[in-house]
Ligand binder design. Structure first.
Ligand code: FAD
Length: 453
């Protein structure tokens, strides 16, 4: 199979006629309407305004009081919500995805669950069971959006683990994973066995109620991935904070043992290049998957929680886990990218990667190395950007024949706006750095205006 893949890969590489640096300019905007471009420019300008992002939630509450829910809702729909969210109903999401498909882009649906670690709002199992149902509906929706059946397994969706299990439990598991004596208690093999069995799960540091929650969490994760597998949907697990990530990786490893045996990886982990230890972890995990004969799927990001990670390290008096500056994060991203592309070229469809970045240099590097390594444009490597962000990058990639996914949150205004504001706060540097996108949008709008006069 690997040999066939190599032949196909090299054919795809040469048929592309050599690597060409993509032009991330306003050219691809000809595919979009003037109204859409104007809204994008206005919203990106607004989001680059630091006080608006910092005080977003209070401003929303204030406008709600002053203008009433209808008018303030209409304003949000015409601006931030309209720019970054697919909609609330299935019909709205379908419509958004149809427009994306027309532009050569694919959907990566994300259920926006908005809870800070340790939030008091999360009590009892009901909240997690509600999220489980939302995830199962997301699988159905992702599957249903594939109007014309494409290659099986190119449907992806995102999953936030802390929507299905408590941050408290993740912190406990993280401590166990980090303690060499206790880590055997929670080996991936043991958790993989426990996912759908009724056998006793004994973890010494958990009491009976906590063990029940652990068991229920494992069962929820198992049910989502099991259902996604039957619907040919690949599940990309988000990375969160360093206080939780070792637990999330443990749970992904357990799920991978169950589900990444046939048909490529059905459960992927996310690796954040802004963490100092990421390259080493990625190398270890990729080699372990290879040794175990398991497929391996990776979402490679720079990382969204920089300020919070640093603040937490200062508070705890521990070493800052993040890279010292932007340049070192970029170097780390490039090294991880190289590692993964080499694995893909060696393991073929058993290894999948989504280059989840808006950074033009990272995207150039990925396309160049794909060509050099003979990795096909629409094979196990794809690209990901957020809906409403860096369309000039997504459109250029899509037009050139690469597989490009837009991460799409959906849901009601009440559900999604707090999530969006928090994402905007976390991605402050990206939004402020979206100046180039604003310039390109401005250029294209001026060009259209002059053409009319
Ligand atoms: C499809 C998709 C899925 C995503 N999933 C996740 C996820 O699961 N978990 C997650 O954490 N993030 C996730 N993100 C967000 C991602 O981590 C980045 O925050 C975002 O994409 C910006 O990085 P960039 O490569 O696009 O752009 P760039 O603008 O090139 O990079 C900005 C990033 O560089 C890093 N950085 C900036 N300044 C410094 C500094 N002074 N020191 C060190 N590093 C610095 C930060 O990570 C910052 O976010 C996802 C993004 C996408 C597109």
């Amino acid at each position: 199979m690997l040999q066939t893949y190599r032949v196909l890969s090299s054919q795809a590489g040469s048929s592309a006629g050599g690597w060409q640096r993509l032009r991330f300019d306003s050219g691809a905007f000809h595919l979009k309407g003037t109204g859409e471009l104007t809204r994008a420019l206005l919203v990106l300008r607004l989001c680059a305004w630091p006080s608006l992002v910092t005080h977003g939630l209070s401003l929303q509450a204030w406008s709600h009081r002053l203008l009433g829910s209808r008018l303030s809702g209409a304003l949000l729909r015409a601006s931030i919500y309209g720019q970054f969210v697919a909609g609330e109903t299935v019909a709205e999401v379908r419509n958004c995805v149809r427009q994306l498909k027309h532009l050569g882009l694919r959907p990566l649906l994300a259920v926006p669950t908005e809870e800070e670690p340790d939030s008091a709002a999360k009590t009892g199992e009901a909240w997690y069971e509600g999220n489980l149902n939302a995830m199962l509906r997301c699988v159905d929706l992702s599957r249903g959006l594939l109007e014309t059946p494409g290659p099986a397994g190119n449907i992806l969706m995102q999953l936030k683990m802390t929507a299905l299990t408590s941050t408290w439990l993740c912190k406990e598991l993280t401590s166990l994973v980090r303690d060499p004596k206790a880590s055997l208690e929670v080996s991936p093999e043991k958790l993989a066995d426990a996912m759908d069995s009724t056998q006793d799960l004994q973890i010494s540091c958990l009491n009976a109620e906590q063990t029940r929650h652990f068991r229920a969490s494992l069962s929820r994760l198992h049910r989502v991935v099991q259902y996604a597998r039957t619907q040919h949907v690949r599940v990309l697990v988000d990375a969160e904070y360093t206080s939780l990530n070792p637990a999330l990786s443990l749970l992904v490893a357990a799920l991978a043992m169950r589900w990444n045996k046939e048909g490529g990886p059905w459960v992927w982990n996310t690796y954040q290049a802004y963490l100092k230890d990421t390259h080493e972890r990625l190398r270890r995990d990729a080699e372990a998957a290879d040794r175990a004969g398991l497929a391996f799927g990776v979402k490679l990001v720079r990382g969204a929680y920089l300020d919070k990670e640093r603040k937490e390290a200062r508070l705890q008096g521990t070493e800052d886990p993040t890279q010292p500056d932007y340049e070192t994060t970029n170097q780390s991203y490039n090294r991880c990218l190289e590692l993964m592309l080499t694995h893909v070229s060696r393991r073929g469809p058993l290894c999948h990667l989504i280059v989840a970045s808006h950074n033009e240099e990272s995207v150039h590097l990925a396309t160049k190395r794909m060509w050099e390594l003979g990795i096909p444009l629409d094979g196990p490597v794809c690209f990901g950007q957020l809906l409403g962000m860096c369309d000039h990058v997504s459109l250029a990639l899509g037009q050139a024949g690469y597989a490009v996914y837009k991460s799409i949150p959906y849901g009601s205004l009440e559900e999604v706006i707090p999530y969006l504001i928090r994402r905007a706060q976390e991605n402050r540097s990206v939004l402020q750095g979206a100046r180039r996108e604003q310039e390109l949008l401005g250029q294209e709008l001026r060009r259209r205006l002059l053409r009319r006069t």
